[in-house]
Design a protein around this ligand. Structure first.
Ligand code: DC
Length: 220
């Protein structure tokens, strides 16, 4: 079983993915962490995330055996890394470099402790459309830019980071525009995805709707 979760930033993909992971005991891959790690590597070297050859080199340097652990690295969770990730992810060679690992994870899911799992949950931007067009379950989460900016602001404030709402909102909008308008694997829902606008839904609501959809798909 492959569950693909795509959507805009801060729409609740990660929260839903972790709830589903616990519920089904599947393996989970946050594919955004891969792009964030590439973006961070480029920035750490003082290079430009939009520089194709710098980003491509950084992507090919990520060893597959360390990719699953990247999602636990707090240093990639900054806004700066998120924005760099959005830039490197528009480069086709970077997407190509990360594709095999994601595909292999979906087909042979392994939990973080190394044990095999009966299913895979991947979240990102192109899982249902490019990485796993064959996924049995595809979910696409969105929410208004204002709601997502407020969620992001709260997260950052809880981490003690001082930011202005308008700056966060601008960043959310810029990232939406870049992720949706790029030529390769743009952010868009797969035709057979359940689209959920989470603006007015609680975490429990989103989880309940996802479970209902998964049950329907499992009975087909
Ligand atoms: O989900 P996130 O905020 O951690 O993702 C960071 C960036 O990585 C996002 O702006 C776009 C890119 N990304 C992508 O292009 N494809 C994916 N499957 C996952 C993330």
């Amino acid at each position: 079983m492959i569950i693909a979760i795509d959507g805009t930033s801060a729409a609740g993909k990660g929260t839903l993915a972790r709830r589903l992971q616990e519920f089904f005991d599947y393996a989970y891959l946050d594919t955004g962490a891969l792009y964030r790690a590439v973006g961070k590597r480029v920035l750490d070297r003082g290079q430009d995330p939009s520089d194709e050859s710098a980003a491509k080199q950084a992507a090919y340097e990520l060893a597959p055996e360390m990719m699953l652990q990247l999602q636990n690295d707090p240093s990639i969770r900054t806004e700066v890394c998120g924005s760099a990730a959005s830039k490197v992810s528009a480069i086709p060679a970077v997407r190509q470099a990360l594709f095999d690992f994601q595909r292999n994870f979906a087909l042979h899911p392994v939990k973080e402790d190394g044990t095999p799992a009966k299913g895979a949950i991947l979240d990102g931007r192109d899982i249902g459309t490019v990485v796993c067009p064959d996924a049995q379950v595809k979910l696409f989460l969105s929410a208004s830019a204002e709601v997502r900016a407020k969620r992001r602001l709260k997260e950052l404030q809880e981490k003690g980071i001082c930011v202005i709402y308008e700056d966060v909102l601008n960043d959310v909008k810029k990232r939406d525009e870049r992720d949706s308008s790029r030529a390769t694997a743009p952010l868009k829902p797969a035709e057979d995805a359940l689209i959920l606008d989470t603006s007015d839904l609680t975490v429990d609501d989103v989880f309940a709707r996802a479970i209902e959809f998964i049950n329907q798909k499992a009975n087909i």
